[in-house]
Design a protein around this ligand. Structure first.
Ligand code: CAA
Length: 431
């Protein structure tokens, strides 16, 4: 893989060039910190039930890991301290196909499957969860346009943005509307051929670096989940004001901030057709497996921090890996990582197959979030003082993991969605 300076090869092109070499099974690694057994391209998702990956997916994983090792790993501490991700590197990542991964080639993206995008996202998160959040936020922001946009809107706001290696932000949450977006108040009204937007959004990923804001707004005289629309607002539009980055516990290199809209005018052609609440919910069905993949990456990285250390750290005359209480922690970490991997692949596979996925996406996001926090905690404990030190990986992973049960729908919201979907088939059952 060439260096950032010479411009990496796009992932999509790498895949096309070498995928034919990947026929026949091979084992990537023996432990479940990585992906496990590779099967041929023709395997059936149902047969594999999520535990195998294809040759193409293995190449995507390798390409993402190589990109991270070459372009990110040595600098992560510095970015963490500077509380910023280098914008130039975001452009390189975009050129390389690691941003907009699941956007179809027809609209300028690499056109990866959701599974492959999740696999790459996990590799990026194993290196730096803040980078994975920053990258994945673009797919999230552009998804409403792919779901509900006209061809002209896709051309202007997706294809052209990707061609410029530009970023977009998904703007749903408000100061008083987080878990319940049906309470959002940012308003839209018609004025001649324009729309006029007023209000405020909060906790918006990439808000300080995005050039396009995908904003959920309310029509006059509406309430609850009815009357919500989605409007596309270029950040440079007069009346858009971007707040300073939030001070956070973790994921410092990911920009999170507030945005206010004061008499912001855009043409009516910037409005997406359809019910904005449903567009947001359908978008979250797509993004939650990717968020789960960030949790998986944290689990993978935590295993990689803890297992070699446990084998070399000697206490009581033997490596701590030989002490049963440490083995118990390792067993829990390994099991939760495998559970997370299976859920990520299962939920992504359903999306690739066009099957209903709301339940599985929420289960994946729910379990991956809590698993990432728990696995990162075990890694801190195994490394002891080194785990607690800010000089090594586990401390950062632990802080980075803690937002997972909060963003993209809290753990409590996932529990509501999971229960609702589990009960749904039985609602009209006579007993
Ligand atoms: N797909 C399509 N339609 C859906 C849907 C889905 N997944 N979920 C609900 N709908 C439809 C329903 O069918 C219903 O349609 P009808 O009115 O025609 O019957 C309509 O939407 C309303 O559904 P509900 O009554 O279930 O809606 P609700 O108001 O009770 O919603 C909730 C409850 C699902 C928990 C919802 O409030 C929710 O998901 N909240 C969490 C919000 C969230 O995840 N925020 C995170 C912001 S993004 C972020 O954090 C990104 C970042 O920067 C990192």
């Amino acid at each position: 893989m060439p260096s950032a300076a010479s411009g990496p090869e796009p992932v999509g092109d790498v895949l096309k060039a070498v995928s034919v070499e990947m026929s026949g099974p091979r084992i990537i690694t023996a432990n479940d910190g990585r992906w496990g057994q590779v099967v041929s391209e023709e395997f059936s998702y149902a047969q594999a039930a999520g535990s195998f990956i294809t040759g193409t997916e293995a190449l995507v994983a390798d390409a993402a890991r190589t990109f991270c090792n070459e372009n990110m790993a040595p600098q992560i501490r510095a970015w963490e301290q500077a509380k910023a991700f280098p914008v130039d590197l975001l452009r390189v990542a975009s050129q390389s196909g690691l941003i907009n991964m699941a956007i179809p080639e027809a609209y300028g993206g690499p056109g990866l499957s959701v599974r492959a995008a999740c696999i790459a996202t996990a590799e990026i998160a194993a290196c730096c969860a803040a980078a994975a959040t920053t990258f994945a936020a673009n797919d999230l922001a552009l998804k409403p346009i792919l779901l509900a946009g006209t061809e002209a809107q896709k051309d202007e706001f997706v294809r052209a943005l990707i061609a410029r290696q530009g970023l977009a932000s998904f703007c749903l949450t408000e100061p008083d509307a987080g878990s319940n977006p049906a309470e959002l108040r940012t308003s839209v009204r018609e004025d001649g051929s324009d729309l006029v937007i007023n209000g405020a959004k909060q906790w918006i990923t990439n808000s300080g670096i995005a050039e396009l804001l995908v904003v959920f707004v309310r029509e006059p005289g509406t309430q609850g989940n009815k009357g919500i629309r989605c409007v596309l607002i270029p950040t440079k539009t007069s009346g858009v004001s971007i707040g300073k980055p939030e001070a956070k516990m973790g994921q410092h290199a990911s920009y999170t901030g507030a945005i206010t809209f004061t008499d912001v005018r855009v043409p009516k052609s910037n409005l997406l057709d359809g019910d904005g609440f449903k567009i947001a919910m359908r978008t979250l069905d797509y993004s939650r497996p990717v968020t789960a993949a960030i949790g998986l990456g944290i689990c993978m990285g935590s295993l990689e921090d803890a297992l070699p250390y446990a084998l070399t750290r000697v206490q009581g005359g033997k490596p701590i890996a030989e002490h049963q209480l440490i083995q118990r922690r390792i067993a829990i970490m390994s099991s939760l990582t495998l559970e997370t991997r299976l859920l990520v692949l299962q939920s992504a596979s359903l999306l690739d197959l066009g099957q209903p996925s709301t339940h599985t996406a929420s289960v994946a996001k729910y379990r991956a979030s809590t698993n990432a926090v728990e696995v990162a905690d075990h890694a801190v404990q195994i490394l002891g003082g080194y785990g607690y030190s800010g000089e090594y990986g586990p401390e950062k992973r632990y802080r980075d993991a803690r937002v997972l049960p909060i963003y993209e729908g809290t753990t409590e919201i996932q529990e509501l969605v999971i229960a609702r979907e589990a009960l749904r088939p039985y609602r009209n059952t006579q007993i």
